[in-house]
Design a protein around this ligand. Structure first.
Ligand code: KDG
Ligand code: MG
Length: 403
């Protein structure tokens, strides 16, 4: 099972994706997602210039050894670029291992622990009425869990709210990020009313989620969590910036609203304190940004010891390759909570043919050997990379703020 080739494919079928493809001497291929939103080419270069050459001739079956070799051998540890690059190698090697074994990857991870993977969709609207109607659309489509985001009176652009209902994409093309103005006071006065309106219209028979996008201070987040209690949120996501781990204690002291965090974390060390001190309820680390299936499994195992459940990031910038890998892990771990699922555009789905499917509020991984996902390289070549970035937020006085 020697590795004969490792190549990076950058494509933009509506948005940018970076994919690593590994081929063995016997002709088995595996794919791994290496997309880092707004910094795609940094990971592409890390892989092409520093990693692909190291893989040639190595035994593709030695996943743990290759992981340690790339992580410890680089000297410079952690960080989104390094961990996304290692994730891509790791994911591709699991894909190959599955194909070599003639089994779907979830079988190699211990088999199914549940029938399917519950996912949440993204409902958003410029006004409360729009957002409430959008939640209804998701419920009609069979979703059992819906995240709701809404425009805030007095703010022109609010991250997470878009005119495009079906294929929402937060990054915008251009050489620099768009800038928007943010005011936490306006949001805090408004958000509980949004949850009330959703529950009044659609009842309590489904899971309701909300993302605060790191924008609050700990005491503001505590206030929002407390105000949201009557509407029984499944989770309040990213209430404060993810660097401030101690800040989560303040939130915990004041509210029983469950807290989810971790989409920007890259390693088990980033979330160790939050997990072991039980300051969060859901860990949102994901395959592509947290070192692949191998490392994410370690995070999920640590979380299980402390009754923290999984809730992996799954926005459009995580390619179908990442989603397929996430589903194999989600379906097999004992402490699965929920999986984010933002549908990709038809162009993206065509470039990445995959066998996972949506059924009755759940995603089901494919049953063929490996991950059940591939990249159509000919088609991918028709969509060259385009510079695009997530927006930057400023407070009303001009200070740059978390988005
Ligand atoms: O790349 C960052 C995006 O994926 C961001 O919009 C994700 O907050 C996010 C979410 O919860 O999906
Ligand atoms: Mg988020």
């Amino acid at each position: 099972m020697k590795i004969a080739d490792a190549r990076v494919i950058v494509t933009c079928p509506g948005r940018n994706f970076v994919t690593l493809k590994i081929t063995t001497e016997s002709g088995l291929t595996g794919v791994g997602d290496a997309t880092l939103n707004g910094r795609e080419l940094a990971v592409a270069s890390y892989l092409t210039d520093h990693v692909c050459g190291l893989l040639i001739g190595r035994d593709a079956s030695r996943i743990n050894d290759i992981w340690q070799y790339l992580y410890k051998g680089a000297y410079w540890r952690r960080g989104p670029v390094t961990m996304s690059a290692i994730a891509a190698v790791d994911t591709a090697l699991w894909d190959i291992k599955g194909k070599a074994a003639g089994m779907p990857v979830y079988q190699l991870l211990g088999g199914k622990a549940r029938a399917g993977v519950m996912v949440y969709g993204h409902a958003n609207g410029a006004t409360v009425d729009d957002a409430v109607a959008e939640v209804g659309r998701y419920l009609d489509a069979g979703y059992k869990a819906v995240r709701v985001q809404c425009g805030v009176p007095g703010l022109e652009h609010v991250y997470g709210v878009s005119d495009d209902r079906d294929f929402y994409e937060p990054a915008t093309a251009g050489v620099a990020p768009e800038e928007a103005v943010w005011a936490s006071e306006k949001y805090l006065d408004f958000a509980p009313g949004l949850f009330a309106a959703v529950r009044e219209a659609h009842g309590f028979g489904f899971h309701l989620l909300h993302d605060a996008h790191h924008r609050l201070t700990p005491i503001e987040a505590a206030r929002l969590g407390k105000a949201a209690e009557p509407y029984r949120l499944f989770w309040l996501e990213d209430p404060i910036s993810e660097e401030l781990q101690e800040g989560f204690r303040t939130i915990r002291q004041h509210t029983t609203t469950p807290i989810a965090v971790g989409e920007v974390y890259n390693s088990i060390w980033d979330c160790q304190q939050l997990i072991t001190e039980q300051l969060i309820d859901y860990i949102r680390t994901t395959v592509v940004h947290a070192g692949g299936i191998t490392h994410l499994r370690r995070i999920f195992d640590l979380a299980a010891l402390y009754h923290v459940r999984t809730g992996s990031h799954g926005a459009t910038d995580l390619s179908p390759v990442c989603m397929a890998a996430a589903l194999h892990l989600d379906i097999s771990v004992p402490n699965f909570g929920i999986q984010e699922y933002m549908r990709h555009t038809p162009e993206t789905d065509e470039v990445f043919p995959h066998s996972y499917r949506f059924e009755d509020g759940m995603l089901l991984p494919g049953d063929e050997p490996g991950l059940g996902v591939d990249i159509d390289e000919e088609l991918a070549a028709r969509y060259p990379y385009r510079q695009a970035y997530l927006p930057v937020n400023r407070l009303e006085d001009g200070t740059v703020h978390d988005w």
